[in-house]
Write a protein that binds this ligand. Sequence first.
Ligand code: AMP
Length: 381
Amino acid sequence: MKILVLNAGSSSLKYALYETSPEAAKADTDKLLGEGMVERVTTMTGALKTAFKDLRPLLQGEIIAGVGHRVVHGGTFPGAMVIDAAVERAIDELSALAPLHNPRSLAAYRAAREHEPNATHVAVFDTAFHQTLPRHAYAYAIPPRYLDDKKVRRYGFHGISHRSVALRFARLQRKPVEALRIISCHLGNGCSVCAVDRGHSIDTSMGFTPLEGLVMGARSGDMDASALLYLITHEHEDPAALLTMLNNESGMKAISGLSNDMRDILSAADSGNARARFAVDAFCYRAKKFIGAYMAAMNGADALIFTAGIGENSAAIRAGIATGLDQLGISVDPALNDLKSTVARCVGSSQIPVWVVPTEEQLLIARDTMTCIVAQSAHSG
Ligand code: AMP
């Protein structure tokens, strides 16, 4: 069946068309028929029109059976959901926790529903994979009423990506994912590390929102909450402005004073810019600490995997993170690591092998959508 995947960003709409089925997903033979991106989106309806114009010839007269929507915050939904009125309302309510992302996904869904009213629309959440976190990993150490009444807890994000690389790595190893302990590092504009213990996420570095954890392009990552309260109460800083500062003006952009793009920072560091070098060191150091933590969480690991823009493309960052982890059984091989490639590959055959595995979020969204459609028709049939 033909599945359209939509991924609405802050000002862009990525789309992809897949041909998939339960058999094709199992055999890994599903096909990407076409993909593209509309940038500088003003209205989702307009963006979708462009996408459909591009994709229509690829449909060859067939209908779109399902539309898979990437949704960043799915609260406690444990998996992909067919979007009905209740799910739509839940995504809307969760916009308070993901104000940059959820409203865009909803706008894309509403425009796509208009365009494809007969297709099954499915929400695939970035949070769902982390619903297997045990309470000791997702609960903040604050009075439980904040969790139970106000839902203040760790949710985790990038779940589609972490699940995708864990499954791909297991397939490449010809082992069931249930036999592997994987540390997955998604390093892109947003960054997170995940401990995937025998197929289940048991801990991850992002928390209540995608702000917690690693140093990112423009996000601070971990920070003592009382420092912010100090700025609000003693320095009369505006809470909303602080949130913008932490999400948009911090991280590598703030430390380097240059840019949120790792390529600019690495080239400045190579030319002797001390602030850029300091930013790279801070980035690698924070990532390394989480890798150590997740080795402790899983009593070891069977693989360390890098993915996303930085993880897949930057040999320097992978080497920087792995430096000094040899006593833990992790090191990269300079020749393998420096090799330029776009396919999954081993970059360090240390005791714990180090791999680069390109993330396949769109493929996973297509498969989850197809699975929901199959389950729905089995249920109604
Ligand atoms: P993503 O969010 O996965 O699209 O990743 C985007 C980020 O990947 C960009 O902001 C860049 O900083 C980074 N990136 C892409 N290519 C490279 C590269 N060759 N070296 C270092 N960083 C890169």
